[in-house]
Design a protein around this ligand. Structure first.
Ligand code: NAD
Length: 315
């Protein structure tokens, strides 16, 4: 039987688009989507789908053996804002799912792993502008601690056991296909929905909070690109910095007003402001650009164009 690719957490914001992109590239039969819940109509209407709990090692191994899986994209996790409410659950999900996959790599039951990290690995003591690849990392959120720990284990399993694990520190991701999963950068998706539906938005971050962001199509391209790269090109086995564009809520609002002049925004920061305050404003991703040829395509104006154009039909 030919080998397959398994996506765990395939029904989430990134997993949905990654699954569709991998099906387009390799054919639907080559890709197995899995999650603890069912996904949207497009995801469920073609290709393989398995209900799977990423923390259940036996179930994960059974699916891998059944489908002859060689490559795993592990996208299941509890995100930053939700993890602050459920620290123990977040730690259990984020770490157990990773150990399960790394151990299957160590036992040579799978050949290649993608696991996403995040800008949440950085903290208040990290230089906030043009944050270097190698720098002080003192995350202060449950989510950030789990991602930083995950990075250390990825590097350890690569160096000690030769596990081919590859990783990117995603910035905040913007897309229109699925709802975001409870992160601190979700405002940059919600704002487009509210702009079209109600003409106004109450933002949970302050107007000048600049954060690194990226359009989903760029993130999916980066994910597939790092997995395509020859093994020797991947010199960093913790996780690569990845940068698209940096902006604040007031910048998104201005860019929306160019299309919807009556749009208005108010600011009522909540607990997510404290999380955002510990994250960088911009990222130095020269290592990703040099090692495996990363290049982003979408700036803020292009993101606004594509978000409004695609969401317009919905409202
Ligand atoms: P999401 O919350 O939208 O999706 C996560 C998916 O995992 C969901 O479909 C959920 O049902 C599934 N899941 C939860 N528990 C599970 C379990 N026990 N077994 C199997 N599946 C389970 O998240 P996302 O935004 O798609 O993020 C995917 C990955 O990328 C995560 O590791 C996240 O930390 C990382 N990341 C995301 C962003 C972003 O802006 N979206 C930024 C940085 C990093």
């Amino acid at each position: 039987m030919k080998s397959r690719i398994l996506i765990i957490g395939a029904c989430g914001q990134i997993g949905t688009e990654l699954t569709l992109a991998l099906r387009t590239r390799f054919g639907a039969d080559k890709v197995v989507a899995s999650d603890i819940r069912e996904g949207n109509v497009e995801l469920m209407s073609e290709g393989h789908f398995e209900l799977l709990d990423a923390t259940d090692l036996k179930a994960v191994e059974d699916i891998i053996l059944f489908h002859n899986v060689e490559t795993v994209y592990l996208m299941a996790a509890m995100l930053s804002a939700v993890a602050e409410r459920f620290p123990a659950k977040a730690w259990h999900l984020n770490m157990t799912s990773l150990f399960n996959i790394l151990n299957l790599g160590k036992e040579k039951k799978i050949k290649k792993i993608f696991w996403p990290s995040s800008i949440a690995v950085f903290g208040e003591t990290t230089p906030a502008h043009n944050t270097p690849q190698l720098t002080v990392m003192e995350p202060s959120t449950v989510y950030g601690i789990s991602k930083q720990t995950g990075e250390r284990w990825c590097e350890y399993y690569n160096k000690k056991f030769g596990v081919d694990v590859r990783s990117i520190r995603y910035p905040g991701l913007i897309s229109y296909t699925t709802e975001p999963g409870g992160g601190t950068t979700d405002y940059a998706v919600d704002i487009y929905h509210r702009a079209l539906k109600h003409g106004n938005y109450r933002c949970f971050l302050e107007e000048e909070t600049v954060l690194p962001m990226m359009y989903m199509e760029d993130a999916i391209r980066a994910t597939i690109q790092i997995m395509d790269a020859p093994k020797k090109a991947i010199k960093i086995r913790s996780s690569y910095n990845l940068s698209g564009v940096s902006f604040a809520p007031e910048d998104v609002a201005e860019s929306i007003k160019k299309h919807l002049p009556d749009f208005s925004i108010t600011y009522e920061p909540d607990f997510r402001q404290a999380i955002a305050d510990t994250w960088p404003a911009s990222i130095d991703d020269s290592a990703a650009r040099n090692d495996w040829g990363w290049k982003h395509e979408y700036g803020l104006e292009e993101i606004t164009d594509v978000m409004l154009e695609n969401l317009r039909g919905k409202y």
